[in-house]
Ligand binder design. Structure first.
Ligand SMILES: [Zn+2]
Length: 403
C-alpha cells in the first residue's frame, strides 16, 4: 500500500514539475519573447537628405532628432472594463513600450492624447493613481524627453472641458502643457495643441489658446526672415531662420469630410470610411483647421483619436498622419511611429506590435504541445512498465513451432 502511495506521489510530482515548466515556457514565449522578436524587426527610417544648407546654415547629423510617436493608449479606469482586461492591456503596452525604448533609444516620445480612458470622469484621487500608472507603463530614463497632448478622454470634449475647467487644469499641471506649446529640439520646431480648445466659441480656454496660437504664429515668422531682417529682430525672436518649419502635434485630425481616402491594413473598416465626420467630434472644425494651417504653415501634422491609421495630404504637399491606437483593447494590430526629423527633412516609419490573434494562437498551440508532452511521457512510461508490453515481448520471443 505504502509502495503504491509513494508511486502515485512520484507520478503527481513529476506531472506537476512538467506542468510548471511548460507554463513557464508558454508565458515566456507569449508574454516576453514575442514582443522582442516582433519589435526587433523595426528600425529607424533613414533621411534622404543628410548634410545640407538651410538659409545659409549647414545642417548636419547632429541636428537629427529621433522621435517615437504613439496615440490613444486608453489606460482603463475603475468604471469601465474588467480588472483582467486592464491587467492584460497594460502589461502589453508596458512590455511593448519598454522593449521599443531599449532597442531604439529615441530622444523624444510624443503621446498624442487619450492617455486615459476615464480621465474626464474620474475624481482627483483616481486621477493621481492614473498618473502614477502612466509613468510606470511609459517609464523612460532622464535623457529621453516625453511630451503629451490632451485627448477628449483625458479632459472631455469641448462642452465637458469648459463645464469642468478643473479637468484641463489638472492635466496641464501633471503633464506641463497648455493650450498651445512651442517646442524647439535641435532646431526642429514642434507645436503641441489642445484640440478641444479650438472650438472658437469665445470660451475662456478657447480665447487663451487662440492668444497662444497668435504668439506662436508671430514667433514662427522669424523662420522666414532673411539674415538682415533676422539680425534686426533678433531680440524678439526665439526661433532662427535655419530652424525647421513646425511639426503640428494634436489629438484630433484636421478636418476631412470622411475617411474615404484612408487606405492600408490598419485604416478604418470599409463601413466606417463612408460615414461623414462631424466637426469637433471625429475631426477638428473646418475653420479651426484653416486657422492652424494659415497661422502655423506646418511641414507635417500628426494626430490620433480615430483609433485607425490614415495618411492624407493637405494643400497638395503637407502630409497628415493619423496614428492608430496603441492599445490591444482597440485594435488587434496596434503600432507606433518612428520618425527622424532634421530642419531640412524628415522621414516616418511604422512599427507594428505583435497581433493579439497571433498571441492567442501561440498560447493554444503551445498549450496543446505541452499537454501532449506532459501526458504522453507518463503514458509511455506506464506502457513500457505494463504487463501487456512484457507479454508482447515474451510472445515475440516464443520459439516458432515448425512441426
Ligand atoms: Zn479621442
Amino acid at each position: 500500500m505504502l509502495k503504491v502511495k509513494t508511486m502515485v506521489l512520484k507520478v503527481v510530482t513529476e506531472l506537476l514539475k512538467r506542468f510548471l515548466t511548460c507554463t513557464f515556457i508558454i508565458l515566456f514565449c507569449c508574454e516576453y519573447l514575442i514582443y522582442n522578436i516582433v519589435i526587433y524587426q523595426c528600425s529607424w527610417p533613414l533621411l534622404k537628405q543628410q548634410g545640407s544648407f538651410r538659409n545659409g546654415e549647414f545642417i548636419d547629423k547632429s541636428q537629427n532628432v529621433k522621435a517615437l510617436l504613439l496615440s490613444d493608449p486608453h489606460l482603463l479606469g475603475s468604471q469601465h472594463g474588467h480588472w483582467f482586461d486592464k491587467l492584460r492591456r497594460e502589461w502589453q503596452m508596458k512590455k511593448s513600450f519598454q522593449t521599443a525604448m531599449n532597442y531604439f533609444q529615441p530622444e523624444v516620445v510624443f503621446i498624442l492624447g487619450d492617455i486615459f480612458d476615464e480621465g474626464m470622469i474620474c475624481d482627483d484621487e483616481e486621477w493621481q493613481q492614473y498618473v502614477v500608472r502612466f509613468h510606470d507603463i511609459f517609464y523612460r530614463t532622464n535623457d529621453v524627453q516625453l511630451f503629451v497632448v490632451p485627448g477628449n478622454h483625458d479632459i472631455g470634449f469641448h462642452y465637458r472641458m469648459t463645464g469642468k475647467s478643473q479637468l484641463s487644469k489638472r492635466f496641464e499641471k501633471d503633464f506641463n502643457v497648455t493650450g498651445v506649446n512651442l517646442l524647439n529640439l535641435k532646431g526642429n520646431v514642434f507645436v503641441l495643441l489642445n484640440s478641444m480648445a479650438l472650438e472658437q466659441d469665445g470660451c475662456a480656454l478657447c480665447e487663451k489658446a487662440e492668444q497662444e496660437l497668435k504668439q506662436v504664429s508671430s514667433q514662427l515668422k522669424c523662420l522666414h526672415k532673411d539674415k538682415l531682417m533676422f539680425n534686426f529682430w533678433r531680440k524678439q525672436c526665439v526661433l532662427a531662420p535655419f530652424m525647421s518649419d513646425p511639426v503640428l502635434l494634436q489629438h484630433f485630425p484636421l478636418y476631412r469630410s470622411s475617411e474615404v481616402n484612408c487606405t492600408g491594413r490598419d485604416s478604418p473598416p470599409l463601413e466606417r470610411r463612408y460615414i461623414e465626420n462631424r466637426e469637433g467630434w471625429e475631426v477638428l472644425s473646418q475653420s479651426a483647421s484653416e486657422l492652424l494651417m494659415t497661422s502655423l504653415q506646418p511641414r507635417a501634422i500628426f494626430g490620433g483619436h480615430t483609433h485607425h491609421s490614415c495618411q492624407v495630404l493637405h494643400q497638395g504637399n503637407i502630409p497628415e498622419f493619423t496614428l492608430p491606437s496603441f492599445s490591444w483593447r482597440n485594435r488587434n494590430d496596434p503600432s507606433f511611429l518612428m520618425a527622424t526629423f532634421n530642419p531640412n527633412a524628415y522621414s516616418v516609419g511604422r512599427c507594428f506590435l505583435p497581433e493579439e490573434n497571433t498571441v492567442i494562437f501561440l498560447y493554444i498551440s503551445l498549450g496543446f504541445c505541452s499537454l501532449f508532452y506532459i501526458f504522453w511521457n507518463s503514458f509511455r512510461r506506464k506502457f513500457y512498465r505494463s504487463q501487456l508490453y512484457r507479454t508482447r515481448i515474451f510472445d515475440h520471443r516464443e520459439p516458432v513451432k515448425i512441426c
